[in-house]
Design a protein around this ligand. Structure first.
Ligand code: PLP
Length: 432
């Protein structure tokens, strides 16, 4: 039995079965590389689900956290400490807006805070929240109620929040759903768990206008997209739209648990004394890590790097001519490699075997969210890795049904590729 297998057996016996048994036991990391419990090295292209933005064991985080633990590890919310104030000020400066911050320990808690804020500001006459199909906002009861994935929501209802779901990206459907009974609209600028699906251009702006017209608050969930992941500090900034509420987590702490719910304008002052709280939220160690993340992103030019590397990685993936790959979507270092078959689980395993950690986020999409730091550049090494791994998968998949999309001309035995230029990898399958 390997060290990994021993740990997996202990995991299975001691931990709840909600995650299944993870395929790998990680022991340590450095930069973009991690090592498993048996010493095998991997290039980390998922960074703990878009969290470890500075990679692993970054000196800035080590120094900040070590210094803080030595000085004062915890205060609770009974006392103020400088780190939380500085971090709140820094976030508001980056957002270039008047607002107030509430710190949490996770993304789902940031959305729970946003929900309470919305209730407080809008009162009881607007019972409905509008959210998008395919969206993901967390696993606690309020955030789960907003999550547009029936399979994970249904077993846990009923919820105390009345949610109206609309198709993501459809501004007309949004306008039709947001009326005088609607307190707020919760949206991601790009749906991460749905497979890194960006909103169409102009969608957030339309959402802003719809909310303004109906008196609803716009809550933008940047828990996955925020803090440089897309090559901008915050993805919504590219649309030139300011939400009423913004939620953050994941990359903010660079691996330490911290989230934030930020209210702008009146929304920043909606929660009153005693309305909400968290013992650990805004903990000094987590705040120190977050400040180190922001400092390093700024001082090392990681926004521009993420944008440039993301383009290179997407171009590298698009250039792979393989029947299982259909290019990439996403922005910055937050991409999905698209598959022509529902083979993501097998592709993830094959990439792992080849020494790359990726994530089968959807049956036909592989999520890549590598650290934002420059070394080594996975944009160059990774595109070379999938073809051999995918070739191993090709024979069993050759019997799978053709992948054809609505609008593609009928498959003819005389053609090997779809004649539509935009669908050139929409192959007849198996190829004649
Ligand atoms: N919102 C979005 C957009 C997310 O991607 C996630 C996690 O994947 C969450 C909320 C929940 O965050 P957490 O897992 O920290 O509770």
């Amino acid at each position: 039995m390997s060290a990994t297998q021993r740990l997996q057996a202990r995991f299975e016996a001691a931990l709840m079965p909600n995650y299944g048994v993870p395929p790998l036991a990680l022991a340590r990391g450095e930069g973009c590389r991690v090592w498993d419990a048996d010493g095998k090295e991997y290039t980390d292209l998922i960074a703990g689900i878009a969290v470890s933005s500075l990679g692993h064991a970054h000196p800035a985080i080590i120094d900040a956290v070590t210094r803080q633990v030595r000085t004062l590890a915890h205060t609770s919310n009974l006392f103020v400490h400088e780190g939380e104030v500085t971090l709140a000020e820094r976030l508001l400066t980056l957002l270039a807006a008047d607002g107030r911050v509430f710190f949490t320990n996770s993304g789902t808690e940031a959305n729970e805070a946003a929900l309470k804020l919305v209730r407080r500001q809008q009162g009881g006459s607007r019972p409905v929240i509008v959210a998008a199909e395919g969206g993901f906002h967390g696993r606690t009861m309020g955030s789960l109620a907003l999550t547009g994935k029936e399979s994970i929501r249904a077993p846990f209802g009923p919820f105390g929040v009345e949610v109206r779901f609309v198709p993501f990206g459809d501004a007309g459907a949004l306008a039709a759903a947001v009326g005088p009974d609607c307190a707020a609209v919760f949206l991601e600028p790009c749906q991460g768990e749905a497979g890194v699906v960006p909103a169409p251009a102009g969608y957030l702006r339309a959402a802003r206008e719809v909310c303004d017209a109906a008196g609803a608050l716009l809550v933008v969930d940047e828990i996955q997209s925020g803090i440089g992941r897309t090559g901008a500090w915050f993805a919504h900034q590219v649309d030139g739209v300011l939400p009423d509420v913004l939620t953050l987590a994941k990359g903010l702490g660079g691996g330490l648990p911290i989230g934030a719910c930020i209210g702008f304008g009146p929304a920043g002052a909606a929660l009153r004394k005693g309305d909400h709280g968290s013992t650990f939220g805004g903990n000094p160690v987590a705040c120190a890590a977050a400040l180190a993340v922001l400092d390093t992103i700024e001082s090392s030019g990681l926004l521009a790097h993420a944008a440039a590397m993301g383009e290179r990685l997407a171009a590298g993936l698009a250039a792979i001519d393989h029947p299982l790959l259909a290019g990439a979507r996403g922005r910055g270092l937050w991409l999905a490699a698209l598959l022509t078959q529902p083979a993501a689980g097998a592709v993830e395993a094959a990439c792992r075997e080849a020494g790359f950690l990726v994530n089968a986020v959807q049956p036909d999409a592989i999520r890549l969210a590598p650290p934002l730091i420059p070394t080594p550049p996975p944009a160059d090494s990774f595109p070379a890795a999938p073809p051999p791994a995918l070739d191993q998968l090709a024979p069993p998949l050759a019997t799978a049904p053709p992948h054809h999309e609505a609008g593609c001309p009928p498959i003819s035995s005389a053609t090997t590729t779809c004649p539509r230029p935009s669908r050139r990898r929409c192959w007849t399958w198996p190829t004649p």
